[in-house]
Design a protein around this ligand. Structure first.
Ligand SMILES: NC(=O)c1ccc[n+]([C@@H]2O[C@H](COP(=O)([O-])OP(=O)(O)OC[C@H]3O[C@@H](n4cnc5c(N)ncnc54)[C@H](O)[C@@H]3O)[C@@H](O)[C@H]2O)c1
Ligand SMILES: [Zn+2]
Ligand SMILES: [Zn+2]
Length: 354
């Protein structure tokens, strides 16, 4: 095993959750290799995600203060255990989902169902806590599975999108079954929603309507050439045509948004939910679902399974995820970046670290 510490003594800076509405950039100990499959990555780019807003907005009351945040990151391998597959100096991006790659669920390609699943920087919400990558260095468990190699013609910023948001959007569109000629609807015009709309267009949807409660988000959707509607408008659910949408992606993660997604769904529709849901129950229109013969699918993006496919789309120019980046700021500006994202003054913020 290579040296156990990430750097020559000292510490590093990282973004730490301190309670709802409060994140701080703090001095932290350098991470150390803990097993033969671990790698320590020197992070060059990390991003703030809608998933980070759930604890920030107090929606996860048990989320542990002190958690080092961040599950979207790319960088360079600093040190690696003998079974980590990567060597120091390799450019890599991480899957947001940590999985062992060896259990029965991983063998089925269901990495989020892995017995050892975690999400970087998300306390104990998903499996055991693993420190996140909004930091100068991060320990990556099961690095041979969790890390993808960043090709020379792919930037670190593009790589971090393949590690989560773009791949999630792609998976949702695939699970919604979007095909040439379909009428699609995307509920939520955040980064996941807009990338899903772009993936739906790529898959051949003739029309993709995007719904968002926020006017600035709708305006951004329009700049990408999508028709944008406010779900509060009485006619919004019909905006995709009298028959409703054939393919619907929900990219918000609230009961209200899922209800609206169902309202837009036409006969035989498939609804793929990519928003992270945390409620335990919601009323469901079973009669309508039966009458319209709907298929409802929940989608946790799986970058481990899909990264090569999605990297291919980035490399051949089919889709550039960087077009949704609104702000690029240094790590020390993370508290302001969270606030701006929460208040919808920023769309997608990348932390430029090294
Ligand atoms: N499934 C996965 O693997 C995965 C991966 C990444 C993100 N996510 C989830 O996807 C969701 C979106 O992420 P994001 O980064 O785009 O976040 P975001 O917060 O930027 O986007 C959410 C958008 O939904 C809009 N919105 C809120 N309520 C709405 C409603 N009732 N109807 C329509 N629009 C509404 C907001 O105005 C915002 O523009 C989050 O829940 C996030 O946790 C899931
Ligand atoms: Zn994310
Ligand atoms: Zn596993």
């Amino acid at each position: 095993m290579e040296s156990g510490t990430a750097g020559a003594g000292g510490g590093m800076k990282g973004v730490v959750y301190r309670g709802p509405g409060r994140v701080a950039v703090e001095e932290l100990p350098l991470p150390v290799l803990q097993g033969p499959r671990d790698a320590i990555v020197r992070v060059t780019r990390a991003a703030v995600c809608g998933t980070d807003l759930h604890p920030y907005r107090g929606e996860l009351p048990d989320f542990a203060p002190g958690t080092v945040l961040g599950h979207e990151f790319a960088g360079v391998v600093h040190s690696a255990g003998p079974e980590a597959r990567f060597r120091p100096g390799d450019r890599v991006f991480a899957s947001d989902v940590v999985a062992c790659g060896r259990c029965a669920q991983c063998a089925r390609g269901l990495h989020y169902q892995c017995a050892e699943v975690s999400l970087f920087g998300y306390a104990d919400v998903v499996g055991k806590p693993v420190d996140g990558g909004q930091a100068e260095f991060v320990r990556v468990p099961f690095a041979d599975v969790v890390l993808g190699a960043t090709p020379a013609d792919v930037s670190d910023e593009q790589g971090l999108f393949v590690g989560d948001v773009l791949t999630t959007a792609y998976a949702a569109v695939r699970n919604a079954g979007v095909q040439a000629g379909d009428r699609a609807a995307v509920v939520g015009a955040g980064p996941v929603g807009l990338l899903a709309a772009l993936c739906a267009r790529l898959a051949g949807a003739v029309e993709t309507v995007v719904a968002d409660t926020d006017g600035s988000r709708r305006a951004r959707a329009e700049t990408l050439g999508f028709r944008a509607v406010d779900p509060a408008e009485p006619s919004a659910a019909l905006a995709v045509g009298p028959g409703g949408a054939q393919r619907v992606v929900e990219a918000v993660g609230t009961d209200a948004a899922l209800r609206f997604a169902l309202e837009t769904a036409g006969a035989g529709a498939t609804i793929a939910v990519a928003g992270s849901h945390h409620s335990t129950a919601m009323p469901f229109p079973t009669g309508l679902a039966f009458a319209r013969e709907w298929t409802l699918r929940f989608t946790v993006g799986d970058p481990i399974t899909l990264r090569d496919e999605v990297l291919g789309l980035v490399r051949d120019g089919s889709i550039d995820p960087c077009q949704v980046v609104s702000d690029r700021v240094p790590l020390v500006a993370a508290p302001e970046a969270y606030e701006a994202f929460d208040q919808r003054r920023a769309f997608k913020t990348v932390l430029e670290i090294g």
